[in-house]
Design a protein around this ligand. Sequence first.
Ligand code: SF4
Ligand code: FES
Length: 249
Amino acid sequence: MAQSTIKVEIKRQPTPDAPSVTEKFEIPYRPGMNITSLLGEIALNPVDVSGRATTPVTYDSNCLEEICGSCAMLINGKARMACSALVDKLDQPITLAPLSKFPVVRDLAVDRSVLFENLKKVKAWVPIDGSYDLGAGPRQAPQIQEQRYPLSNCISCTICMEVCPQFNDVTNFVGAATIAQAKLFNMDPSGSVLKEERLRALAGDGGIQECGFAQNCVQACPKQLPLTEAISDMGRDVFIQQVKDLFAR
Ligand code: SF4
Ligand code: FES
């Protein structure tokens, strides 16, 4: 039977410290809507189900095609990307809430800068001077390219961190995405110059030893990164580095 409206309940808070409230909406149904277009409909006519005027819902989004990683939120209790969550495939009322492990900025927008701080800790980049033409980089074997490519698909959405029981204030665990990016750049012929620094960073506070191997990350990652494989490989490399450092004393 064709539906005429979409029922949606949204957890909202106007400022980082304000208490949260749930607002209910009924939005006219259109086929093919995703959560981002649903939020757009509310922005066009921000009136709740009781007819009370409210404000458009704040959320992050950019690419609308699961590439930028900005629109992650809890949709029916599950960490997902809003732009690839289709209304037709969701039970109603659809519930929307901000990711629970990150400080709320407003409504569904959260501050995920911890991921970028963690990427800085492991120097997840290739350290080259981009101010002049360096010519072609070193060649990479196709077998290495094949291993690196899936890791390069990370969109920094932080869903792997949201679903990880070890990602919390007690452990300070850096999370699966950071470990996977350390592996990606350790396998790069130019990036590997920082390999030892990355491994030592992952041996420190909140490092790879905090992983409890719950494997939630690999199941939830929207880009299907081989996260558990990356964690295993990096765990081995961190251990070898620790042994080397021990004998180098
Ligand atoms: S590893 Fe997957 S879940 Fe984690 S930030 Fe990258 S794309 Fe998102
Ligand atoms: S808007 Fe870019 S991933 Fe959803």
